[in-house]
Design a protein around this ligand. Structure first.
Ligand code: NDP
Ligand code: 2IT
Length: 447
């Protein structure tokens, strides 16, 4: 339920952003959490902080023309939404996926404001991407697309302005081509303009692993807070991209057994535990589909298509593919099968009904803003290393990441307690993330 004032703000968001359903969903979730804050802090409402937060500071939409290997010309649409810079330069990834449109970029940019705030590091919120579909494209086509995308984007970004990184469809390979083109156009080796770079040209240790590792650390903290751990637990991780693979790697190190993972073609159940080397070979090296994993693994692995991965019984669920992948029905199945904890590696993977089902059942539910913040936090560490022309060891960087995830976990719990909602990580994350941005905006005046 929305507080009366928040309800009229939400109506305005609907009116001003027609058809952008994912953005509406992301805004509503935050507004549902922050009602109690307005009672304690009338100054936020007086300065129209919430109305300002819901309106991006700047939205850039551009044409991306490129030529395929046969010489045919294609036109895609590029986006960068610079949402909020109260805490630092806009920071957030780029998503290349055919489903990308303004509503997706705005939902991601909006979530990023609060996530980045929650890390306690000096980064504002932004997001970008394109409706380009990388599937089936050659290396040269990917490179030409990235170069064309950056040929427009470069004028809007910079170490002190806006710092992109990867997201769905944008990994180390794409970041390399994007940075190469930025460097060429500007004649500046400005390492801090993009994160997720390779280790040979300014990248940081642990950034590749950070989102997945961080999410596993966050769930580990939630389990510890309930007197248990990953040891011996059955885990299901959706997706098999950057976030999923390193989530699986860390869960295994923490003693859990990941019995299923997926891609958009279907899921694999592997009762003895996913073979990580084989998964990396199939998905990262060969860029193949999930059925190839099952074929190579032999009779112990089963490939299933056309069904929900959340039917696979587990004690811990880590949705790490895309938005709205867990519905109320899926959540009901998970709860019925004995799931005790959920950590959102993806952004907004659980729909509002799913969240309600988990919370009513007393499942420890770690929302993406908190649980997957390790990726962007380690991006901020990459920026820090670039600014000081330094590079830290893997061990030091991983310890920093683990400490950041512990701090975020503690902040969520403490804030939820303070506002009389013990154990509610959604409220804790939204309120804590919101307050830091709101206070900075008050100090900066009417901007
Ligand atoms: P990748 O592109 O590396 O992997 C995405 C995975 O999700 C693939 O297995 C993909 O399958 C699957 N997937 C994507 N879209 C869909 C869809 N519409 N339906 C079913 N499956 C889908 O991306 P990441 O691992 O980087 O991102 C995964 C999620 O994590 C996203 O929500 C992203 O926003 C979030 N995230 C990423 C961070 C990062 O640092 N990379 C940080 C924080 C959050 P297929 O290959 O078949 O499409
Ligand atoms: O959703 C996210 O936090 C990311 N895709 C990572 C953003 C970043 O700037 O590292």
């Amino acid at each position: 339920m929305l507080h009366e004032r928040l309800s009229s703000i939400y109506e305005n968001v609907l009116r001003r952003n027609p058809g952008e359903i994912e953005f509406h969903q992301a805004v509503r979730e935050v507004l549902e959490s922050i009602g109690p804050v307005l009672g304690k802090h009338p100054e936020y409402a007086e300065s129209k902080i919430i109305e300002r937060i819901c309106e991006p500071e700047r939205q850039i939409i551009f044409r991306v023309p490129w030529e395929d290997d046969r010489g045919e010309v294609h036109i895609n649409r590029g986006f960068r939404v610079e949402f909020n810079s109260a805490l630092g330069p806009y920071k957030g990834g780029l998503r290349f996926h055919p489903s990308v449109y303004l509503g997706i970029v705005k939902f991601l940019g909006f979530e990023q404001i609060f996530k980045n705030s929650l890390t306690g590091l000096p980064i504002g919120g932004g997001k970008g991407g394109s409706d380009f579909d990388p599937k089936g494209r050659s290396e040269r086509e990917i490179m030409r697309f990235c170069q064309s995308f950056m040929t427009e984007l470069y004028r809007h970004i910079g170490e002190y302005t806006d710092v992109p990184a990867g997201d769905i469809g944008v990994g180390g390979r794409e970041v390399g081509y994007l940075f190469g083109q930025y460097k060429r156009i500007t004649n500046r080796y400005e390492s801090g303009v993009i994160t997720g770079k390779g280790l040979t040209y300014g990248g940081a240790q642990v950034r590749t692993e950070a989102t997945g590792y961080g999410c596993a650390f966050f769930v580990d903290e939630m389990l510890k807070a309930r007197g248990t751990s990953f040891e011996g637990k059955r885990v299901v991780v959706s997706g098999s991209g950057n976030v999923a693979v390193y989530t699986i790697e860390k869960i295994r190190q923490l003693g859990g057994v990941v019995v299923a993972c997926s891609d958009s073609s279907g899921y694999v159940v592997d009762e003895k535990g996913i073979d990580l080397d084989l998964l990396k070979q199939v998905k990262q090296v060969e860029r193949q589909r999930m059925n190839v994993y099952a074929e190579r693994r032999g009779s112990q692995a089963v490939f299933v298509s056309g069904r929900s991965i959340w039917e696979v019984p587990c004690e811990v669920a880590m949705p790490s593919a895309t938005q709205n992948e867990i519905t109320g029905r899926d959540a009901g199945l998970l709860v019925g099968n004995g799931c005790v904890a959920v950590g959102e590696g993806a952004n907004m993977p659980t729909n509002p009904e799913g969240i309600r089902v988990f919370q009513e059942a007393g499942v420890a539910f770690g929302p993406g803003k908190a649980a997957n913040a390790g990726g962007v936090a380690t991006s901020a560490l990459e920026m820090q290393q670039n600014a000081s022309r330094d590079s830290w060891t893997f061990e030091f960087s991983e310890n920093r990441l683990q400490q950041i995830m512990r701090d975020i976990h503690a902040r969520c719990l403490n804030t939820a307690d303070e506002y009389g909602m013990p154990g509610d990580y959604v409220a804790g994350a939204n309120i804590d993330g919101f307050k830091r941005v709101a206070d900075a905006m008050l100090s900066l005046g009417l901007i």
